[in-house]
Design a protein around this ligand. Sequence first.
Ligand code: SF4
Length: 234
Amino acid sequence: MTAQLVNLDKVLQANERLQAVYGPRERHGRRDPLDELILTILSQNTSDRNSGRAWRLLRSRYQSWSDVLEADTRELYEVIKPAGLGNIKAPRIQQVLQEVLNRRGEFNLDFLRELPIGEAKQWLRSLPGIGPKTAACVLCFACDMPALPVDTHVHRVALRLGLIGPKVNADAAHDLLEQALPVDAVYAFHVNMILHGRQICHAQRPACPRCPLRDMCDYGSTVLAAAAGAAPTL
Ligand code: SF4
């Protein structure tokens, strides 16, 4: 069953090829887990630039997470407006902060670093509105865990390369891809897949002719064959 959902050999092959092209990746520092959680909520469905701006405005407007929780939701909406979807994100941030306070008695998620990865994921995913990508971001970037966030680039490239089955959605791809990789390769795989998606395997018009992975990509072969067929013959 799993073999139909994820191609284990191809995941490992893609990982090696990506590392050969883009290089191994080292982690540089780590954020506070609660900061990472709120920042990731802000980053949903927007650019890093917009979410970064909203994050800076949030941090300069409020002195503490307690202040954010107690703020008027409409005011919070205005503060984080650059991130977009403020009508969803402002109440979501307050719901999450309230839940963290209820469960932990403080605004601190450092305890996650001591949990097994499965338990830490489960804890985060049980917070209101927190899905596998946000949970993986917190564990990957703030807890040094081998959790794999599957964003739109990672999902698109994985589908095109045939690493996952055509019906595997991004949520399901998290555990499938993560478990197919060696633990020490997860972070580099995440970063390199995003880089590849941004630089070559674009959502529109992927640059297949100059793609270093095209020999292992059925989708790319189809694109190249179609382009060759469309070229005028002399
Ligand atoms: S060959 Fe084309 S579709 Fe396949 S990974 Fe490369 S750019 Fe993407």
